[in-house]
Design a binder for this molecule. Structure first.
Ligand code: UDP
Length: 474
């Protein structure tokens, strides 16, 4: 326990699986430093968390001073933002905007009830939280749910607009070199800043978000310094000392990362039956396949991946959420399942961190969501990248090509793209069985060391979090 017993920090995540979970892990890390933490979730997610709060092993707080509060959201998001409310993106953002005044009142009440609030840390993508904190007269900080590369791009949206490089046009191959710390091809700018996508809600919101940069005293980035050192150094020069990496935040089994026996947090119930199934498999022989909590694909995309996997003869564990394949051909699915039944297992939701740490897991076919990639890196698991939306293309470029821990398919998600079955078969075999796979695994293990070291006492991320807490206490 640290000495900041009465220090009180409020955390506000964006209501989406990939945003709520890292904030809960951040809450634990702060609580381990002796800070009192209150997490404000929207009502539906709050109820889910309270269930686990009550359970015996109490995965949320584990005895630390972590408090849960809720705020009502007039759009129901039982598992957070996911494929069920994907079409309602504009309504989702509106509902977040409308929260500003009630959130300001709630923050004032939490502050009055005490301990006095030292800082409100909110997800950078939460459009009303920083303004609510300001209204309540409280200091604000940003939690950045992705990597620093994505943050640097987002922070430079006004410049990208001025230069005419965003929205990115189809086929544009320009090399952009005015963002400090990086050279990036237009096509590797997040797809939500591409032509068509950006006009939906992008420009207005991006400019609105860039205003919060001036409101925040700290930017806590869910990444590791040694994964993107140039960007961190450049951003520190441009935005000050307080733009810092704090990841990885999740607990790892038997590692130096101080998880004090805490478990993986989930907003959905994972199917644990895959763990004994994995126990029976050979070391490094299983390909884990998952596309996160929001991404979905067309029936054609699904079939090409399935047929490529089938032809590769590799064992696999595949998370297929209900509704995650648009227009799924049930006959095809049944046939595929029965043909691959001996060596393939399908689950609706998986205990991902446990799977990535299981010795039977050899590689991860991922949609390149940032949490998934960071989890895979911290577990030393090489990746096959199938990015489809948001900033997944940027993550894929950074981690797979930049760090050399995997390969991306030539064409993957998006409306029309698909990786042909022959390419899927070839790349799956190469990563699971070939010399290339061994090289990628060796590099993944090196990065794992860096990630574990960063999060361990004395490591860069751990030290940054301590500095953040000390700055609030002084
Ligand atoms: N996840 C999980 N079980 C699954 C699929 C995903 O626990 O079956 C978790 C995964 O470990 C990660 C998060 O859900 O922490 C997904 O976040 P990510 O940023 O990778 O993708 P998103 O869902 O935001 O697209």
């Amino acid at each position: 326990m640290g000495s900041h017993k009465k220090l009180h920090v409020v955390l506000i995540p964006l209501p989406a699986q990939g945003h709520v979970i890292p904030i809960i892990y951040l809450a634990r890390k702060l609580a381990l430093l002796g800070v009192t933490v209150t997490i404000i979730n929207v009502d539906s997610i709050h109820e889910t968390l309270q269930q686990s709060w009550k359970s015996e092993d109490n995965p949320v707080s584990n005895g630390h001073d972590i408090r849960l509060e809720s705020i009502s959201m007039d759009l129901q998001v039982p598992n957070g933002f996911d494929e069920k409310n994907f079409d309602a993106q504009a309504a989702f953002c509106e509902a977040i905007f409308r929260m500003e005044d009630p959130l300001a009142e709630l923050l004032s009440r939490i502050d009055r009830d005490g301990p006095r609030v030292a800082c409100v840390v909110s997800d950078f993508y939460h459009l009303s939280a920083p303004h609510a904190a300001k209204k309540a007269g409280l200091a604000g900080a940003s939690f950045w749910p992705g990597n620093a590369t994505w943050a640097a791009i987002e922070f430079h949206v006004p410049k990208l607009l001025e230069m005419g490089d965003v929205p990115v046009k189809a086929g544009d191959e320009k090399l952009i070199s005015y963002i400090p710390g990086m050279e990036i091809r237009s096509q590797d700018i997040p797809v939500f800043m591409h032509d068509g996508e950006f006009q939906k809600t992008g420009e207005e919101q991006s400019l609105y978000r860039s205003k919060r940069i001036a409101l925040d005293s700290w930017f806590l980035i869910n990444s590791v310094h040694d994964i993107e050192p140039r960007i961190f150094e450049a951003m520190r020069e441009g935005f000050g000392e307080n733009f810092v990496p704090v990841g990885p935040l999740f607990p790892l089994k038997g590692e130096a990362i101080d998880s004090t026996g805490l478990q993986e947090v989930n907003l959905r119930t994972p199917d644990e039956s895959c763990l004994p199934w994995l126990d029976e498999r050979d070391r490094g022989s299983v390909l884990y396949v998952s596309f996160g909590s929001i991404s979905f694909m067309t029936a054609k995309q699904f079939e090409e991946i399935a047929l490529g996997l089938e032809a590769s003869k590799v064992s696999f564990l595949w998370v297929i959420r209900s509704n995650s394949v648009l227009g799924m051909d049930e006959e095809f699915y049944k046939g595929f399942m029965s043909r691959t039944g001996g060596r393939g297992l399908f689950v609706r939701w998986a205990p991902q961190l446990e799977i990535l740490q299981h010795e039977s897991t050899g590689a991860f076919l991922t949609h390149c969501g940032w949490n998934s990639m960071l989890e895979s890196l911290a577990c030393g698991v090489p990746m096959l990248g199938w990015p489809s939306m948001f900033e997944q293309n940027t993550n894929a470029k950074l981690v797979l090509e930049g760090e050399g821990v995997g390969v991306a398919f030539s064409r993957s998600g998006g409306k029309d793209g698909f990786a042909p079955r022959e390419e899927v078969e070839e790349k799956v075999r190469a990563i699971m069985e070939g010399e290339q796979g061994r090289r990628l695994k060796a590099r993944a293990m090196e990065i794992r060391e860096l990630a574990v070291k960063a999060a361990s006492p004395g490591g860069s991320s751990h030290t940054n979090l301590k500095k953040f807490v000390e700055s609030l206490a002084s």
